[in-house]
Design a protein around this ligand. Structure first.
Ligand code: MN
Length: 430
């Protein structure tokens, strides 16, 4: 273990919350995510399914969770199946989890080897009439894959055709939207390490550096802190590349008079940070760059005033539109006539320069589960990320903070990462 795992108390709480949402005579059966094949005999680095991790704290493939809250045999109410270490594994990849370790990580008492799954399955299925599986979440990218959960569904549907099968994902999503204290701590740790990487970038930024050299110091800092993953592929975009919203080639040279937009985040115990800062490569903003930068910063401040408990992300976005439009007029990018012409259309004029949403949920997924229509509640964590992109000026500026919604306003979890233009220039001058 490179970093301290999360207390199993979190996963016990999560399972208890899910249990309260289940009808009588039902069971949840969830599979750990498969390892993703890369090429030849190689795999991509492993990342657990977020829902499976949320309920188990287990970070390995080849595992199955069963929750069957009203099973008459109390030993069958929570079951975790894990893979036994074979002699071959012991030689080639080392020990997998022991029963004791799996118990400690998950807080689940009843741990069994995977090859016993079928025996237990029959006893579960004979008690329940509804089975909740994680299949059919077409919102994500995984629907193209024959996932472990989908293979389990095929097996169950074949053998138990008269049972009712339902998708558990919406229930888990409703729980994941509101973070427990332990989850916020993980996000804070991810942000702290992201901040350290930010200072590493400050230390090396100079004209002529490649975008990938900036990526390299970020990656190095994450690994140095015991992390295995970025929360997402980092975007290091200088000059006009910043206008490509998901630019991840990171192959260009950062030139003297350009800004470089860096959208990056560490992943700590599978919880994500998502931060964007935009820096002047030379160490100083030109007057036009500063003007646009301050405009984006003011939009950030405005949005942070609007964001509060009870308002939805969609509503925040709607209330921000007049300020975005006013800003773009002030920057002489749009005229009031152009705005009026397209008012209320599918493609309002401001979207030419500010084309993405201003916020999304953050958690185990960088674009975390949850409906943007739902009123924000204390315990939710969202990003706030205004941006203005002007390809004709080789200029794109986005600033992104991670915010915790509380009973009384918002807490900026990324407050410690400098954002004021004077702060940035001072740091770069050293
Ligand atoms: Mn984001």
């Amino acid at each position: 273990m490179r970093i301290q795992p999360i207390s199993n108390y979190l996963f016990e709480k999560n399972r208890a919350k899910l249990t309260r949402l289940l009808p009588a005579r039902s069971a949840v059966i969830l599979c750990a995510k498969d390892r993703m094949p890369k090429n030849g005999d190689q795999y991509f680095p492993y990342r657990q399914d977020s829902n499976f991790f949320y309920l188990t704290g287990i970070d390995l493939p080849e595992a199955i969770l069963i929750i069957c809250p009203d099973h008459p045999d109390y030993r069958l109410r929570e079951l975790l199946f894990i893979e036994k270490t074979s002699d071959h594994d012991r030689t080639w990849v080392g020990e997998k989890l022991s029963v004791e370790q799996a118990k400690e990580l998950s807080g689940i008492e009843n741990i069994h080897w995977l090859n016993e799954f079928e025996d237990f399955l029959v006893r579960i299925m004979s008690h329940v009439s509804i089975v909740y599986l994680s299949v059919g979440n077409e919102g994500g990218v995984q629907y193209k894959l024959n996932t472990s959960d989908y293979r389990l569904y095929r097996l169950l549907a074949d053998r138990f055709p008269l049972h009712q099968f339902q998708n558990i994902a919406p229930k888990i999503a409703s729980l994941r939207m509101v973070k427990e204290k332990e989850e916020i701590e993980q996000i804070e740790q991810a942000i702290t390490i992201t901040k350290k990487a930010f200072y590493e970038v400050i230390g090396i930024l100079e004209p002529g550096i490649h975008e990938y050299e900036i990526e390299a110091v970020i990656t190095a800092e994450f690994v140095r802190n015991g992390l295995q993953h970025h929360a997402f592929e980092p975007i290091v975009a200088s000059g006009k590349n910043a206008c490509v919203l998901h630019y991840t080639k990171n192959s260009n040279v950062c030139s003297n008079n350009e800004l470089v937009l860096i959208d990056f985040g560490a992943e700590f115990n599978n919880y994500c940070a998502d931060i964007t800062r935009t820096l002047p490569v030379s160490g100083r903003f030109s007057s036009r760059q500063r003007q646009v930068y301050l405009a984006v910063l003011h939009l950030m401040e405005k949005a942070m005033q609007i964001i509060r408990k009870g308002i939805s992300i969609v509503e925040v976005q709607r209330q921000m539109v007049p300020y975005i439009e006013e800003t773009l007029v002030d920057l002489e990018l749009l005229t009031n006539e152009e705005i009026r012409e397209k008012e209320g259309s599918e493609n309002p004029a401001y979207k030419e320069y500010f084309m993405h949403g201003i916020a999304h949920f953050l958690g185990l997924d960088v674009h975390d589960v949850g409906s943007k229509e739902e009123p924000l509640q204390p315990g939710m964590v969202i990003t706030c990320e205004p941006g203005i992109y002007i390809p004709e000026e080789n200029l794109g500026i986005r600033l992104e903070n991670d915010l915790l919604i509380t009973e009384h306003g918002v807490i900026n979890l990324s407050e410690a990462i400098p954002i004021l233009p004077e702060q940035i220039e001072d740091l770069l001058a050293r």
